[in-house]
Design a protein around this ligand. Structure first.
Ligand SMILES: CC(C)(COP(=O)(O)OP(=O)(O)OC[C@H]1O[C@@H](n2cnc3c(N)ncnc32)[C@H](O)[C@@H]1OP(=O)(O)O)[C@@H](O)C(=O)NCCC(=O)NCCS
Length: 175
């Protein structure tokens, strides 16, 4: 049951992360992003939010992942409202498999599950101001810039905080 893909798009299968995927996901994270985490951190997120930690497979090899933490905090859209948010902690697709819709389907799958399993009403993320590919991906998914966080990254680069409301009825989640 656990092996069943959640979504299939062309040659790519999208399924929930399993513990045996850990080394490959850590490897992809180190290859693709300067923000790296300990293996323990990945496992903790998986243990807490298994439905929104998704991997993409091509010919039985993992080529991308997305992982999420569910948080409670002030709404980015309604003053003083406390809301449940899906925080996109990390997403990456290896260079050979980019621009084929893998990042988009990873995001759509995790967004759908954050609504369905964790009843998230909003989703947000931080992204480097220079990361045009990722910013375009998030805009395409309906995220909008809320504010700039100065010097958010260790090397001093600013982050955009981007956020989006989530409604269970949205067409976009029918992946
Ligand atoms: C960001 C990333 C995950 C996108 O993955 P991907 O599989 O290539 O993305 P997709 O093919 O699904 O693209 C979806 C949309 O994203 C945008 N996009 C993706 N790559 C882009 C690029 N190189 N230039 C411009 N827009 C781009 C486009 O809007 C695209 O839609 P379109 O094909 O209709 O134009 C990938 O580039 C990556 O792993 N980058 C390194 C890690 C990273 O920056 N992660 C985000 C940290 S916040």
């Amino acid at each position: 049951m656990e092996n069943k893909p959640l979504t299939v798009k062309g040659d790519y299968k999208f399924r929930k992360f399993r513990e045996e995927d850990l080394l490959r996901v850590v490897e992809i994270n180190r290859l693709c992003l300067p923000e790296n985490y300990s293996p323990f951190f990945f496992l903790e997120l998986h243990k807490s939010y298994p439905e929104t930690f998704i991997v993409a497979e091509y010919e039985n090899n993992i080529v991308g992942y997305v992982m999420v933490r569910v948080e409670t905090g002030f709404s980015d859209f309604h003053r003083f409202k406390i809301t449940r948010k899906g925080h996109i902690v990390s997403i990456a697709v290896i260079p050979e498999h980019r621009l084929k819709g893998v990042g988009l389907t990873l995001m759509l799958t995790t967004l759908k599950n954050m609504v369905q399993y964790y009843r998230c009403q909003e989703t947000y993320l931080e992204v480097r101001v220079s990361n045009t590919s990722a910013i375009n991906l998030y805009r395409k998914l309906g995220y909008r810039q809320i504010r700039i966080i100065p010097h958010y990254y260790l090397d001093g680069e600013d982050a955009l905080l981007m956020s989006r409301e989530l409604k269970p009825s949205e067409e976009i989640f029918r992946v």
